[in-house]
Design a protein around this ligand. Structure first.
Ligand code: C5P
Length: 310
């Protein structure tokens, strides 16, 4: 492996995501569930700056909950950098600085965005020169949502969510995100779904359970019609997230009363994503919710995946 490096530092920006549709199938032996999902990357970003260093280190700034982010090998960006170094047989290190905007443990793939950004940043910093396909393979080994953070836009995810196909999406969709001070653990929410399904007598561990994204979801994205998309928003994890956090039901109702077309818990939650008819409505919804004391942000999608910005 040759290294055509390079700069002193590389700055990469990667987006958070909303699951516009999330169907969860059976649980496989490895603990992962079969998914059929549609991701949309939105304009809330993680910024990762990678600097030349002999060792591996991570610092985190930004979100109020940044303190909750581990700085050791549990950090997904650190794991991404080390995985790339091993794959490229690179024997140096990197100092990663993560500036967080995506809520921590919020169901928006913030940690996955950090990992995707770290892969792209270290690839450029070290002059590794891996192909997008090679980076995608490494991303999939780090977590089910990491390939999408590399990819961005709007995409259908199958398998564990890591097998991606671009979905046509016209125009822009305006979302209001309502965040929570306290995060939800993704494995805990999946386990809660299994428990609820067991209670109902459903076959939670049947990996053969086949899944498809419903055609109306894809049609709504293709037409760029927010009203149509609002009618198709769905998340199988929502019941499990609401079981752990019943207060989110009121957040969803509040969003609709404030003027959103529809709302859905994003991924494993607890962030609630409210789809709005246009930017003006979204701004009004954000303002109403903020005045009522909620943490609300107006974002739009789709936006590109992990990109070098400087
Ligand atoms: O892939 P990632 O590390 O983000 O997943 C975190 C956890 O979420 C997994 O350990 C698993 O418990 C759950 N998960 C799942 N099925 C998926 C994706 C995630 O059960 N397809």
């Amino acid at each position: 492996m040759s290294f055509a490096a390079s700069n002193e530092s590389v700055h990469v920006r990667a987006p958070g995501k909303i699951n516009v549709y999330l169907g969860v199938g059976g649980r496989h032996d490895d603990g992962y569930h079969a998914l059929a999902t549609v991701f949309q990357a939105v304009s809330l970003y993680e910024d990762v700056v990678a600097r030349q260093a002999d060792d591996f280190s991570v610092t985190v700034r930004g979100a109020a909950e940044a303190d909750a982010v581990p700085l050791d090998d549990r950090n997904l960006a650190m794991r991404a950098a080390k995985l790339l170094a091993t794959a490229a047989e690179y024997d140096g290190g990197v100092a990663l600085e993560i500036r967080k905007s995506v809520p921590v443990a919020g169901g928006m793939g913030g940690g996955s965005a950090d990992a995707a950004a770290a892969l792209v940043a270290c690839d450029a910093l070290w002059g590794t020169g891996f192909s997008p396909a090679r980076l995608h393979d490494l991303a999939a080994r780090l977590g089910a949502d990491v390939p999408f953070a590399l990819h961005g836009g709007t995409a259908v995810g199958t398998g564990r969510g890591d097998q991606l196909n671009p979905a046509l999406a016209r125009g822009r969709f305006d979302w209001v995100l309502v965040t929570s001070d306290e995060g939800l653990s993704t494995p805990v929410v999946y386990a809660e779904l299994d428990r609820l399904r067991d209670e109902e007598g459903a076959l939670a561990d049947d990996p053969a359970l086949s899944l498809d994204v419903p055609i109306p979801v894809l049609q709504a994205l293709r037409s760029g019609d927010a009203t149509q998309l609002a009618a198709s928003l769905h998340n199988d994890l929502e019941s499990a997230a609401l079981s752990r956090r019943p207060d989110l039901q009121e957040t969803l109702r509040h969003g609709i009363r404030a003027g959103a077309l529809a709302g859905v818990v994003s991924g494993s939650g607890p962030t609630v994503a409210l789809l709005c008819a246009d930017p003006d409505v979204a701004e009004a919804v954000r303002s109403t919710l903020s005045e009522a004391g909620r943490e609300a942000l107006h974002v739009h999608g789709p936006v590109p995946g992990a990109r070098i910005v400087g």
